[in-house]
Design a protein around this ligand. Sequence first.
Ligand code: SF4
Length: 79
Amino acid sequence: MSRHDWHDAAACASVDPEVFFPERGLPVRPALQVCMGCPVRRQCAEHAIPNETHGVWGGLSEKERKALRRTARAELDAA
Ligand code: SF4
């Protein structure tokens, strides 16, 4: 699978993109529910954790990805 082939199998391909980029204060749960059934969730998350700061990607919210980046940086700093 090349770098972006996973996009072709994305469960969100037929979903309104606004679901994945809700305005502040609106729930992310509808997007997360789509992600939970997505066959390329892992590839999406691996791309999104270091690269995407907005929206829901890979079954992870902005806050969850930010926390993962922070943890990874802390572990690298401690190494
Ligand atoms: S994991 Fe979620 S955001 Fe990523 S491709 Fe699948 S449905 Fe789309």
